[in-house]
Design a protein around this ligand. Structure first.
Ligand SMILES: [Zn+2]
Length: 449
């Protein structure tokens, strides 16, 4: 930097002597990371300069913050309710629960969700939509999280109560309202997208208007796609085409579409999604226990970028560390084992799904997803000096197979420390846990679940 003396370099945050997981998923030792104005301004050995805050990286591994690319903040207080229950989960639990939520309930739910995400190393999420999404936006700003937030939009479907539905025009109007109020809030951490709950609950008119409005505002769309066979059957019966082709027909299939699940895909569907640069996301625990095994290896072969999502906390947790383990073991067991291919889904592909794949899916791949100079500083620090992690012959593989949410020590989002030594600096943990328990009880009573 000509004209600037080395001693004059001053950063917001400087992390010294840390291991770094680089963009090729190799580990670099004894590196420093300098952060200034929300971005990574330098990476190297023995970086000169000072900082407002200096962290020791001893015993830590820095890696990109995880992206939960399919989440439901509204279902945080539904935790474990649908477990070991018979169908229909949607009509018995989800619909009464979400339709009875007040704005205050949603605020508590979103705050508990933010707390769980930060403590587990998730730095960004994409919410597919629930009620009172303005509360999720508010909590995202306060908590320091990064969020891509959609309103759940539905205008048809026999088992959906009227309170959860509205006309196509009204759906667009309400999302535009949310966009005007919150898009870009929190120094750009909040993005508002359009929601397409799924093709069975969105009319052709709503799909077409959504595609037009999203293109008009240069924003994205978040849809559940090819989650289960009923959805494919519905589209074949009503439109004589499969869901992905139907989204193409209605103008929704493009690089600003994020599709969650992607389980029951035909070869043609995979090609269609790939040709249209759709951001795809798997939710492994949700998928493997409900819908089946996705064709992940084929999707990767076809050049699709894949992210990971928790699908909310209702049936599991928000830990992407647990999701990735289930995905690796499930896909190797299902696709690899019958053909004796132990590397059908290799470690770098899995680490990519947790980071860059998710960042791509939320249309922020140029700014997020890897630790590189110039990118936004969303970085987590894993405490690797522990007996279940070290020593190891292959730290990236150990990250996937042995690291858990509780191993994340510090978290930086948009250049700001939001968790230090596992203490979340932006949320009163004790208060949130107390309020969440009370809200879960009250809301469940009102919803009759
Ligand atoms: Zn979902």
């Amino acid at each position: 930097m000509p004209g600037i003396q080395r001693k004059d370099l001053h950063y917001d945050l400087l992390v010294k002597n840390v291991r770094i997981l680089d963009p090729e998923f190799q580990v670099l030792n004894d590196m420093d990371i300098a952060i200034q104005n929300g971005r990574i301004s330098a990476i190297g050995k023995n970086l000169p300069g000072s900082a407002d805050e200096v962290l020791s990286g001893k015993g830590l591994l820095a890696m990109p913050g995880l992206v939960d690319a399919h989440h439901h903040n509204a279902q945080q207080l539904l935790r474990a309710k649908p477990i070991d229950e018979y169908p229909m989960i949607w009509t018995r639990f989800l619909v009464p629960f979400e339709s009875n939520m007040t704005a205050e309930d949603m605020e508590v739910s979103s705050r508990l969700s933010a707390l769980e995400m930060i403590k587990g190393g998730t730095t960004a999420f994409a919410d597919a939509g629930g009620p009172h999404m303005d509360m999720t936006a508010l909590v995202t700003v306060e908590s320091g999280m990064r969020g891509v937030i959609a309103r759940s939009t539905m205008d048809m479907g026999g088992n959906i109560p009227d309170a959860m539905k509205c006309s196509a025009e009204e759906n667009i109007r309400r999302t535009r309202e949310l966009y005007d109020a919150w898009n870009g809030a929190g120094d750009g951490r909040v993005r508002i997208w359009f929601g397409i709950r799924q093709v069975m609950t969105c009319s052709e008119k709503l799909l077409r208007l959504t595609a037009e409005a999203a293109s008009d505002l240069h924003t994205g769309m978040h849809a559940h796609l090819c989650e289960h066979k009923d959805e494919v059957s519905f589209c074949l019966t009503n439109y004589r085409m499969r869901p992905a082709a139907w989204l193409k027909e209605t103008g929704c299939l493009g690089s600003n579409l994020l599709t969650a699940h992607n389980v029951v895909l035909s070869e043609e569907d995979i090609t269609l999604l790939s040709d249209n640069h759709v951001g795809t996301v798997h939710c492994p625990r949700s998928n493997l226990t409900n819908h089946g095994f996705p064709k992940t290896p084929r999707m990767l072969e076809q050049g699709l970028s894949i992210g990971l999502g928790s699908d909310g906390a209702a049936t599991s947790s928000l830990s992407l560390w647990d999701e990735v383990k289930v995905l690796r073991n499930g896909i190797i067991g299902y696709w690899g084992l019958p053909i004796f291919d132990p590397v059908v889904l290799p470690i770098p592909s899995l680490l990519r799904m947790m980071s860059q794949g998710g960042a791509d899916a939320i249309m922020q791949g140029d700014d997020l997803g890897s630790i590189e100079v110039g990118k936004l500083a969303d970085i987590i620090f894993i405490d690797v000096d522990q007996p279940h992690i070290m020593p190891t012959h292959n730290l990236p593989a150990t990250l996937v197979e042995a690291v858990h949410a509780g191993d994340v020590k510090h978290s930086v989002i948009n250049g700001k420390l939001v968790m230090k030594d596992r203490h979340v600096l932006t949320i009163d943990e004790e208060k949130v846990l107390y309020e969440a328990e009370k809200t879960m009880r009250d809301l469940s009573r009102r919803a009759g679940i």
